[in-house]
Design a protein around this ligand. Structure first.
Ligand SMILES: Cc1cc2nc3c(=O)[nH]c(=O)nc-3n(C[C@H](O)[C@H](O)[C@H](O)COP(=O)(O)OP(=O)(O)OC[C@H]3O[C@@H](n4cnc5c(N)ncnc54)[C@H](O)[C@@H]3O)c2cc1C
Length: 422
């Protein structure tokens, strides 16, 4: 190295650091603490018995939904000027992780509601917005549902191909109203929602992004029927349902945002959804990990607690490291989606992909550490965590949909880079 270079080193000081911080501010720490205490005191003890109630109506902890309303959690995603909590995506991830630690089904009831309210806050104006807010804010049990999936339309709306259209159709009438016909399935909060955001093809000549509209429905509209509550293997404390629409007349105010642009507009907002899905599955997997640590401390085999056997200790270490890595990615994506003007769309899919795969691996390890008890006794709790986490291999998009989406974005970036170099 020459003397000149040694004498005048490059300035490597980092300067201001506007990027993600990995400690939460006092507001989010408080939210986290309160949600954690609520999950431990109210959710965890009740979920195990409620999930197997023969009547689906008794599987939802409505008194706790009301309690969540009192605490402002049900409306946390609405802007403050609309009467909500104005939370950031990171704030929602913190809340949802803690609730899912207590019970994934309950966390999803709230997360779906938080997701739909943010879509409506951004897309709905005038009478639509007023009618929605009036009822939603007044009714502490008003939860929300979003309806894309149809028997013929599953991954197609996650990885749309050029000719994709929803089969559910809405026809315009001369007076400005619409007539809705079709069928949706797998819908979270599907049997219980106060409002349903339903996506329907309104211009069959155009592909979904240019020919789909979003409509706001309430239960009780003539022709709108819940035809089945799905008996799921996991997330049993939230009801998922199949819905039929037969000549449902929709007044003009029920159209959300611009006609034909409902799918395109919502997809842009839903880039946050995958990140929250990651936080949900992370919370439940963390619960399984903590159960495994506790079991490994108290169960003695080979003359000492399991945690003192190297293979068990290494398994716990691996679980811990994987959960920490997943949370770091979720928080980074949650921060970037709101603050980074050059948001990298790969982050959301990456966060959901990593968190959902990690969650299943961690739950399987927790099962292993519990030995035969995990299979023989539901009291151990880990088998519920596994069943719940399995649901997120498909909920919020199949894992492969996210892989394919990620791969598309990687290809597009590589093409851009190539063009830039030429
Ligand atoms: C617990 C739970 C809650 C849900 N909640 C809601 C909700 O609230 N609202 C809602 O609208 N939907 C909801 N869904 C539906 C969910 O979004 C879909 O299940 C998901 O998008 C996958 O669709 P599918 O189940 O029809 O699977 P399919 O699309 O049939 O996929 C089956 C398999 O084939 C692969 N595959 C499919 N298409 C392609 C392709 N083009 N290229 C390569 N591989 C492909 C998939 O990756 C997957 O592995 C929920 C699902 C679950 C499990």
């Amino acid at each position: 190295m020459s003397d000149a270079v040694r004498d005048a080193p490059e300035d490597l000081s980092p300067g201001p650091e506007p990027g993600p911080r990995f400690e939460l501010g006092p507001g989010l720490e408080r939210l986290r603490r309160e949600a954690r205490a609520f999950a431990a005191r109210e959710l965890r003890p009740r979920a195990a018995s409620m999930e197997w109630a023969p009547d689906p109506a008794r599987r939802v902890a409505w008194d706790l939904v009301e309690e969540a309303s009192r605490r402002g959690w049900r409306t946390l995603g609405l802007p403050r000027e609309d009467g909500g909590g104005g939370a950031t995506v990171l704030g929602l991830c913190v809340l949802i992780e803690e609730l899912a630690w207590g019970d994934m089904g309950f966390a999803v009831i709230l997360d779906q509601t938080l997701k739909v309210q943010r879509i409506l806050a951004r897309l709905a104006g005038g009478e639509t917005r007023r009618r929605f807010l009036d009822r939603f804010l007044a009714d502490p049990r008003c939860v929300l549902a979003i309806c894309f999936t149809e028997p013929e339309t599953g991954s197609d709306y996650m990885i749309p191909w050029p000719d994709f259209r929803f089969q559910t159709r809405a026809e315009p009438r001369p007076d400005g109203s619409w007539v809705l016909n079709g069928f949706k399935r797998f819908i979270s909060n599907g049997a219980d929602a106060g409002f349903y955001l339903v996506f329907a093809c309104t211009d069959p000549a155009r592909p979904a992004p240019e020919g789909t509209s979003a409509f706001l429905l309430e239960p009780g509209l003539p022709g709108f029927e819940v035809v089945q509550v799905h008996e799921k293997i996991g997330q049993r404390t939230i009801n998922n349902a199949a819905l039929r629409f037969e000549n449902v007349v929709l007044e003009p105010w029920r159209l959300v945002g611009e006609a034909h642009r409902g799918f395109a507009g919502t997809r842009e907002i839903l880039k946050e959804s995958a990140i929250e899905a990651g936080a949900t599955t992370l919370g439940t997997a963390r619960a399984a990990y903590e159960m495994a640590v506790e079991h490994a401390r108290s169960r003695v085999q080979g003359g000492r607690p399991l945690i003192e056997h190297a293979n068990v200790a290494c398994r716990l270490a691996e679980m811990h490291a994987q959960l920490e890595a997943a949370r770091s990615l979720i928080w980074r994506a949650a921060w970037a989606v709101e603050h980074d003007p050059l948001y990298d769309h790969r982050l959301g899919s990456a966060a959901k992909l990593v968190a959902a795969d990690t969650a299943v691996r961690v739950c399987l390890s927790a099962m292993e550490i519990h030995g035969g008890l995990a299979i023989m006794s539901q009291e151990a709790g880990v088998e519920k965590c596994l069943r719940d986490c399995l649901s997120f291999l498909h909920s919020d998009g199949a894992q492969d949909s996210h892989r394919l989406r990620l791969a598309d974005l990687i290809r597009a970036r590589a093409d851009d880079d190539n063009r830039g170099e030429r």
